[in-house]
Each structure stands twice: as structure tokens, then as C-alpha cells.
Design a protein around this ligand. Structure first.
Ligand SMILES: Cc1cc2nc3c(=O)[nH]c(=O)nc-3n(C[C@H](O)[C@H](O)[C@H](O)COP(=O)(O)OP(=O)(O)OC[C@H]3O[C@@H](n4cnc5c(N)ncnc54)[C@H](O)[C@@H]3O)c2cc1C
Length: 269
């Protein structure tokens, strides 16, 4: 198992790019007046030959280009928390641990990030377990109630945790994939293909997209041909992950005694 925090990954990726070429905390939106162009939120135009877009699963830029797309909320939400607590961190091994409710639709996972930091999360069937309000106080109450009588390791982590970083995630997927490019705009990562967390392939796929696209942009003098080869290369693998993700979601919703034996909890080709 290899885990990397978003912060560490961003540091690693930005290390070889001049700081003046990166704008942080800037929102980019499609231009209403010029087709295929983007602009900054303050109205400044962005004038470039090609655009590589990676604005996540609910991409506004994708929605603007593919108006008929249907994005659906998946029947699973996650409460995710990162906490600094040496006592809790020392009580868990370096392994990734995951606990499942025997009636299905509820899990608790723990991942040690360092000697004093752990990430924990709960995946839940959002038709069975309802959270109406996602303030940290409300999420804390929910976690304390739902996991009170679980394995002592789980309930003690829930009780000792700070909830300042807790977050409720909703998960989305496209009913059908769009093309990965249109004119001079190409999509990578979740913007091209939202992948549900059960696949555990979201980050790897985003990195593979950027690697593959870079390769073809370097090799091909014509960017349309580079985009075409990128899509042809990446789409079949993504379709496999989407299908596997749907199978894994169905398994998750079932009681454990009805789940398929020996199913790997990750999507693979
Ligand atoms: C609860 C949860 C658990 C997950 N667990 C895993 C896991 O275990 N393993 C795994 O591999 N994947 C996991 N994933 C999926 C993974 O997070 C995504 O696949 C991955 O983050 C996709 O990377 P990305 O760069 O394409 O998009 P994102 O990480 O979503 O990044 C998009 C970025 O674009 C920015 N943005 C959006 N709109 C604009 C705009 N208009 N202008 C400028 N910037 C904008 C956003 O602020 C964000 O920083 C999980 C996802 C969720 C929700």
C-alpha cells in the first residue's frame, strides 16, 4: 500500500515548475462570449493554444461543453477526518485497516499517515444513513452514535478524535462518459472521468492521464492527433474501472453474507 497526501503530491509536482507559472486560489470559468475560451473570475481572458482542464468530478468547464451530460450522485457518502494525535497513531499499526458492518452499507477505515497523524473515514449508504447537516458538530454526533458499539479500536478513535478537519464528501459519476476533448480543450483526471472511491483508482488514473497526454503532446506535432491518441489509450482502462466501481458499490450495499467471496476491494484491469 502506498499513500500520499494531497499536500505532499502538490509539493512534489510543483517542485520543477517556476512559481510565476502557477496561480493558486484563482477561479477559471468558461467565457460566455468566446467559444472554447476561458477567463479568470475577474474577467481577464486566458489566451492559449490548448487548454488542459482538471477541475474535478463536477467540472463546470465540461458541463459547459457537453450540455447534455448527466451527472448522478452515487449511493455512498464519506465522512473523512485527518487528526494529529500521537496516542491514537501509536495504537494503530502501519497497515491499512477497514471494518465492515455485517449488514452492509457501512465501513470504517483507518490509515496511519505518520507517527502522529492518522486519516480515518466512514463510507455509508446514503439511503440508509441520513446526514442532514454537515457541520463538524453534527458529523461528530453522527460518528459517536453510529460507531458507539463497534470494535473498541474504532469507538475509542471516534471518541478521542478532534473534529476540526472533518468533512462530508458526496460522490458523483457520469451516467455516460463524454469525449475526453473538444476542439482545443482536453480533460484529464476526474474532469474527464469521475471515478468512485471504491475503485481506489482516482488519483492513479489522473496521474496516468497527465503522463499519457504529455507523451502524445511531445510526440505529435498536431495537438488534435495527440488528444485523439490520449483518449484512445486511456478510455478503455477507465471504462473498466467504472464498471468495477459499480460492482464494488453493489457489493458494499449488501450484507456481508451475501457478498461475493474473495472480491478484491479495488478495481484492477
Ligand atoms: C471521499 C473520497 C475518497 C476518495 N478516495 C480515494 C482513494 O482512496 N484513492 C484514490 O485514488 N482516489 C480516491 N478518491 C478520488 C480522488 O480524490 C480523485 O479521483 C482525484 O482527486 C482526482 O484528481 P483531479 O486532480 O482530477 O481532481 P480534484 O482532486 O477534484 O481537483 C480539482 C481541482 O480543481 C479545482 N477547481 C475546480 N473548479 C475550478 C475552477 N473553475 N477554477 C479553478 N480551479 C478549479 C478544485 O478546487 C480542485 O483543487 C476519493 C474521492 C473522494 C470524494
Amino acid at each position: 500500500m502506498f499513500a500520499i497526501s494531497r499536500h505532499a503530491l502538490i509539493q512534489l509536482l510543483s517542485a520543477n515548475i517556476s512559481p510565476e507559472n502557477i496561480s493558486y486560489n484563482a477561479t477559471v470559468i468558461p467565457s460566455e462570449t468566446e467559444k472554447g475560451k476561458l477567463r479568470h473570475a475577474d474577467g481577464t481572458a486566458i489566451d492559449v493554444d490548448i487548454l488542459i482542464v482538471s477541475d474535478g468530478s463536477k467540472s463546470r468547464i465540461r458541463k459547459c461543453l457537453f450540455k447534455d451530460e448527466k451527472i448522478i450522485q452515487v449511493r455512498e457518502n464519506e465522512v473523512v477526518n485527518i487528526i494529529k494525535n500521537k496516542d491514537i497513531a501509536s495504537s494503530v499499526e502501519n497497515d491499512f485497516m477497514k471494518f465492515h458492518h455485517d449488514q452492509g452499507g457501512l465501513t470504517f477505515g483507518i490509515l496511519k499517515l505518520s507517527h502522529d497523524t492518522i486519516l480515518w473515514y466512514s463510507q455509508f449508504d446514503n439511503e440508509k444513513y441520513l446526514i442532514n447537516e454537515c457541520s463538524s458538530d453534527n458529523l461528530k454526533t453522527y460518528m459517536l452514535e453510529v460507531f458507539a458499539d463497534w470494535d473498541p479500536l474504532v469507538s475509542s478513535i471516534i471518541q478521542q478524535s478532534s473534529y476540526e478537519n472533518v468533512h462530508l464528501w458526496c460522490v458523483y459519476e457520469l451516467e455516460e462518459l463524454n469525449p475526453f476533448y473538444k476542439d482545443n480543450i482536453v480533460f484529464i483526471g476526474d474532469a474527464a472521468h469521475p471515478l468512485i472511491p471504491f475503485t481506489s483508482q482516482g488519483v492513479t488514473s489522473a496521474l496516468k492521464d497527465s503522463h499519457t497526454l504529455t507523451k502524445y503532446l511531445v510526440e505529435e506535432p498536431n495537438f488534435t492527433e495527440a488528444f485523439r491518441k490520449y483518449e484512445a489509450d486511456r478510455k478503455p482502462e477507465i471504462e473498466t474501472h467504472i464498471n468495477n466501481g459499480r460492482l464494488l458499490l453493489n457489493q458494499f450495499l449488501l450484507p456481508i453474507d451475501q457478498q461475493t467471496d474473495r472480491i478484491l476491494p479495488i478495481s484492477y484491469k
